[in-house]
Write a protein that binds this ligand. Structure first.
Ligand SMILES: [Ca+2]
Ligand SMILES: [Ca+2]
Ligand SMILES: [Ca+2]
Ligand SMILES: [Ca+2]
Length: 298
């Protein structure tokens, strides 16, 4: 009898321990889930992007003509192209949204993006065709670039293999396509050695940017973005391991293009990654100068 009682007692104790362990493990996974937010599952691969150095300094005036042939670009992005990438999430976040009376999807949003670097700066450019300019987000925080027409370049420098969510070394340089240039039009979300998700305007002495709207006479919401960000006061502030750039250095890169067009959250292109998880971002290799594409003689 005593043996049976002991056995039942041990069995109950074991069950209790297992329940406690399960609850403990569940509690452990909740912060991980919250940190992961709405990110799609991590793909098993990343892209490599060769980003060239510029030998001469562009003039930041809203025209990319002097450097676009010398920069990294991989052509036009629209929802059809995104649909065939390995990081596409079946339209969950990589998506366009319907506000009634929409044009064909390629006319809702398409863009070419340009990235380059020199000894002191990162350069970002974009040529965008969009059906509606929407930079109103009433009652929203200045940091809410994702609720306004904007292009955000996510950069980890130096890139590492640790999955982080705007921790040390992670930066987002976000440009809101607002012709009135509010203080938040050039935004910096970043981490530091101690903090995550620090939100502030890019320091004014660290950024220069220009928009040109309706550059081709094809639509008021079309625009060109040209921007330059100084690396030392931004990348250097987010990661003490950052050192001035050299050919062969590897940074992380993701591009997030937001297109609310009247909705609260709206359309998103997420390119080279799945969101805030920097382990999904592309491997941006700093290369030497690049020769422009040349046509061959007949
Ligand atoms: Ca220019
Ligand atoms: Ca649009
Ligand atoms: Ca990382
Ligand atoms: Ca738009």
């Amino acid at each position: 009898m005593r043996t049976t009682t002991n056995f039942l007692f041990l069995q109950s104790a074991f069950t209790l321990i297992m329940i406690k362990r399960t609850v403990f493990l569940l509690l452990l996974t909740i912060p991980a889930y919250l940190v992961a937010g709405q990110d799609a599952p991590r793909p098993t691969q990343t892209v490599q992007l060769l980003v060239p150095q510029l030998d001469s300094t562009p003039n930041i005036d809203g025209s990319l003509s002097e450097w676009k042939d010398l920069a990294f670009t991989d052509g036009i992005w629209d929802i059809y192209r995104l649909r065939h990438t390995f990081w596409y999430d079946d339209g969950r976040r990589n998506r366009l949204t319907d506000h009634g009376n929409e044009p064909h999807p390629e006319d809702d949003l398409q863009a070419r993006y340009y990235v380059a670097w020199d000894a002191e700066h990162l350069y970002f450019g974009a040529e965008v065709k969009d059906n509606a300019n929407d930079v109103d987000a009433p009652g929203q925080e200045p940091r809410a670039w994702y609720l306004r027409d904007s292009i955000c370049f996510f950069v980890e420098a130096p890139r590492d293999e640790a999955p982080e969510y705007f921790g040390q070394g992670d930066n987002a340089f976000c440009f809101v396509a607002d012709a009135s240039r509010p203080d938040y039009a050039a935004w910096w979300r970043h981490g530091t050695a101690e903090e995550r998700y620090v939100e502030e305007p890019i320091p004014s002495d660290a950024v220069s940017y220009a928009f040109q709207f309706n550059p081709w006479g094809t639509g008021e919401a079309d625009f060109v973005l040209e921007a330059r960000v100084r690396m030392a006061p931004t990348l250097g502030a987010s990661d003490p391991r950052w050192t001035p750039p050299h050919v062969g250095d590897v940074y992380g890169l993701e591009i997030v293009h937001c297109d609310p067009d009247g909705g609260p959250y709206g359309g998103h292109f997420m390119i080279y990654g799945t969101g805030d998880d920097d382990a999904t971002w592309g491997r941006m290799v700093l290369t030497g100068a690049q020769a422009p594409i040349e046509r061959r003689a007949e």
